[in-house]
Design a protein around this ligand. Structure first.
Ligand code: DX5
Ligand code: ZN
Length: 216
């Protein structure tokens, strides 16, 4: 099964962004995860369009933008213009999710649906065939450095079953609390993409940490 590591820049050193991006560029990571928070959908504010625009210029990796914001439709075009390749939006923030997914696809980007820890996998039943990946949150969104919620492992298996039953190629991304200790069990449960913030950027050797996560 396809395996991808997506280092999350939320845990990087913003004063050394250039160096952090060069590290990822030279690493085995295929995606680069960018967490956008609005202080409304989540109780924190991170970075936004101008920062992503600059990061885009410095990398050829897949820019995977995770929007933890209300009314994401308003900003899809702007994130596309800033250089996003993928956008995930929260099911809990989108009353017209199908329309929002169509909007992301209309700009040629890959579309993901992000689901909070309390949201049942069942809620993806009628949207899964229209999306490229699910961003299954394994922490409550808003902050890096939190602990992995164990119950996520059950949700990964349920989601994998749903995808197989429908004969789809939808990828499963796991976001939050991924470490060297739990990476294997997460991949084994059926995940494809591991987002890793603290466990990459706070590691002594981040490049090696990415390889270790990939080959766990
Ligand atoms: C949480 C973010 C995550 C976060 C992961 O709101 O969506 O992407 O940056 O950070 P770690 O890997 O430190 O839990
Ligand atoms: Zn994220």
């Amino acid at each position: 099964m396809k395996r991808i590591i997506a280092p999350s820049f939320l845990a990087s050193n913003f004063l050394q962004l250039n160096r952090e991006i060069e590290m990822v560029n030279a690493s085995a990571a295929e995606w680069l995860h960018l967490d956008v928070m609005d202080g409304r959908f989540v109780p924190n504010i991170s970075f936004g369009i101008p920062v992503i625009e600059q990061i885009r210029k410095a990398t050829n990796k897949v820019c995977d933008v995770h929007l933890m914001i209300v009314e994401p439709d308003k900003y899809i075009e702007a994130f596309h213009d800033a250089g996003a390749d993928n956008i995930s939006i929260h099911i809990e923030a989108c009353p017209h999710l199908h329309r929002s997914i169509q909007l992301i696809h209309s700009f040629g980007m890959k579309a993901g649906v992000a689901v909070n820890p309390h949201t049942p996998i069942n809620f993806l039943q009628d949207i899964i065939q229209d999306i490229d990946f699910v961003n299954l949150m394994s922490v409550n969104p808003g902050f890096g450095g939190q602990s992995f919620i164990e119950h996520t492992l059950i949700k990964i298996k349920e989601l994998r079953k749903m995808i197989e039953d429908k004969d789809l190629n939808t990828l499963i991304e796991i976001d939050g609390g991924v470490t060297q200790e739990n990476a294997k069990i997460i991949f084994d449960a059926g995940a494809n993409i591991l987002v890793a913030g603290s466990s990459v950027f706070k590691a002594e050797n981040p490049k090696q940490a990415i390889v270790d996560l990939l080959e766990c």
